[in-house]
Structure formats: C-alpha cells, structure tokens
Write a protein that binds this ligand. Structure first.
Ligand code: 3HC
Length: 313
C-alpha cells in the first residue's frame, strides 16, 4: 500500500511539472531509465570527440583549427556534466564506463561514421549538433533535476557548434566547384545517419511510452526528428545543396516538407556494432582510458592527501 501511495505522489509531482531530485523517492524503473539514457548521452559526447579530433591537425587554417579545438573541448565538458548527472542516480562513473567498454551500453550511432573530408566536419557541426540541439532543447524540460540543469548548460554552447559547422558548409558550398562537390558529398553521407540520431519510430521505441509518462522526454523521437527536418532542409537550400532524399517534397497545402523513410536495417546494423567505425571508436576509447589510469590515480591520491591534511589541521 505504501509503495502505491508513493507512486501516486511521484506521478503527481511529474504531472505538476515539479523536478525530481536525487534524494527524492522514485520508482526503480524511473531510476534505471535515467541511468541508461543519461550515461549513454555522456558516452556519446565523449566518443563524438573522435571523428572531429581526426581533423585538428588537418584543419585548413589556424582559425578553423582553434574553433574546432574549442568545440571538441566543449564536448568533453558536456560528457563530464552528464556523467556527474548520471552519478547522482547511485551508480559510479567506473560502472558506467565498464558498461560502455563491455558493449552493454550504447552511444549514438552517428559517431560510427568516418569523417573523410573537411566538409564532413562542417556536416557534423551543422547536422549532428543541429540534431542534438533539437533534442537537447527539449530535454531542458526533462523531469529529472540534475539532467535538466545539465541540458541548460549544454544548450548554451550547442548553437556555437551548429553555427561553426554551417559556416564551414556554406564556405565550401559557395566556394569552388570542387569545394561545392565536397560539401554535397558530406551532406549525402551524413543526412540519413543524422536523422537516425532521434531513434526508432515512436511505434517501434521500447522506451518512449515510459519516457513520456514520466516526462523524461517532452517530445517523441518522431516529433523531434520532424522538427529537425523541417528547419534543416531550408538551410540546405539557402546554400545551394540538395538533401539526398528523392521523396522530399514541399507540401504547399500543409506548409511543410514530406520526406522518405530511413533505412532501418542500416540503423540497427550500426547500433548493433557493425557500422564503419564501431570497433575503431571503442578500441581508441579503451586505450585512452587505460593510458589515463595514472592521471586518475594521481588525482585521487592528491585529493586523499589534501583531505587527510584538513583532518589533521
Ligand atoms: N544510436 C544508438 N542507439 C540508439 C539510437 C542511436 N541513434 N537511437 C536509439 N538507440 C537505442 C536506445 O538507446 C535503445 O537501446 P537501449 O535500450 O539499449 O538503451 C533502443 O535503441 C530503443 O530506442 P528508444 O528510442 O526506445 O530509446 P530512448 O527512448 O532512449 O531514445 C534517444 C533514444 C533518442 C537517443 C534518447 O535516449 C535520447 O534522447 N538521449 C539523449 C540525447 C542523446 O543521447 N543524444 C546522442 C547524441 S549526443 C550528441 O549528439 C552530442 C552533440 O554535442 C554532438
């Protein structure tokens, strides 16, 4: 009886748009749903640094190198905010990382595609961060306090990420014929994988029903994907690029674009670990984690020494 009462009080808080805080009672399913989503969000931020890091030493100018470095550093910080939010749910960062390294936890499929040209870095900023903005602006209103506050901080930086990507794409698209070709090729390769970032259709989604009931998500996968498509197609048209969707057409009566279907076999194939870069991304992440062991040990030893000094003082 007591748990039923607690569950009713919990849902009443959710329905009143009150934030759930770490010390509040919450159903175990709510906790594990958040542990899964927030930690995978954090993993995505950190793994996402790899495809962009590939171009730091190849950036075409000092300015573009500095901008790219700043963006990648932001992503590392986003990962830290999100791991900290995930840790408030009673699981350690080491446990989350173990789940990632063992393949139990996922990260966004988009980061399993290679960045082959400089225009790809533009496509990543414009499309990947553009999609992330649509998703994360909505997640600012998520019911879990620490996640919502992390999203507010992260969203402040994301628009710079999207703008720097769109600037690269516009420079290429409005440049020489070879540069325009490079930009179109990048759009061709990143358009559909960017749409996959929003997850399966709502009807196929294992988690959306609970996510909406508990206001973890405020809009569904399909609603957010549609929002992203409607605004991004126009951005492509402004710089003279063609979205690689033969079914894309403007519906005058409805005032919106209609579009084709995602290749869900490709989506699940990449999610299941068979994308172009899955193995490389994980190998690199595990090596970097192992190479960084001494830094973590030194930082922990220093913190413990400081603590014992304070106890003695
Ligand atoms: N890549 C990998 N796995 C995916 C996926 C994708 N694009 N889309 C869905 N999945 C997985 C889900 O994780 C779930 O698997 P699980 O049960 O093992 O976790 C399964 O497919 C079913 O999907 P659902 O839609 O039912 O799952 P969710 O309700 O969790 O929705 C999500 C998936 C939309 C990614 C949601 O978790 C979410 O909004 N997460 C927060 C945002 C996020 O993680 N974005 C990733 C990119 S971060 C980024 O782009 C940073 C930017 O700065 C570059």
């Amino acid at each position: 009886m007591e748990d039923i009462k607690k569950l009713e009080e919990f849902q009443a808080k959710i329905d009143a748009d009150l934030k759930i805080e770490p010390k509040d009672w919450m159903p175990e399913e709510y906790r594990t749903h958040l542990q899964r989503q927030i930690s995978q969000h954090a993993h995505s931020e950190v793994i996402g640094m790899q495809p962009e890091g590939n171009w730091i030493s190849r950036a075409p100018s000092l300015r573009s190198k500095v901008v790219l470095l700043a963006k990648i550093q932001d992503e590392a910080g986003h990962g830290q905010y999100l791991y900290s939010a995930a840790e408030t749910l009673g699981k350690s960062r080491d446990e989350y990382l173990e789940e990632l390294h063992s393949g139990k936890a996922k990260y966004s499929s988009i980061f399993n595609y290679p960045t082959l040209t400089w225009a790809d870095i533009g496509a990543v900023g414009w499309l990947v961060d553009g999609a992330a903005i649509v998703n994360q602006v909505s997640l600012q209103r998520t019911s879990y306090g620490p996640y919502s506050r992390a999203m507010v901080r992260i969203c402040k930086e994301e628009s710079f990420h999207q703008r720097q990507g769109y600037e690269i794409m516009a420079t290429c698209a409005l440049g020489t014929p070879e540069q325009k070709k490079m930009a179109q090729d990048a759009l061709n390769r990143f358009w559909w994988p960017s749409l996959m970032m929003f997850g399966p259709h709502d009807s196929e989604s294992a988690h959306t029903a609970n996510a909406m009931k508990w206001r973890i998500k405020r809009e569904t996968n399909d609603e957010l994907r549609d929002k992203f498509i409607q605004k991004t197609v126009q951005q492509a048209e402004v710089i003279g690029l063609t979205v690689p969707d033969p079914d894309l057409k403007w519906n005058e009566a409805d005032g919106r674009y209609e579009y084709g279907e995602i290749n869900w076999d490709e989506f699940w194939n990449v999610v299941k670990g068979n994308g172009p870069c899955n193995k490389q991304r994980m190998r690199h992440h595990i090596k970097a984690h192992e190479d960084g062991t001494w830094v973590r040990e030194a930082a922990i030893a220093y913190a413990e020494k400081q603590k014992s000094k304070q106890l003695v003082a």
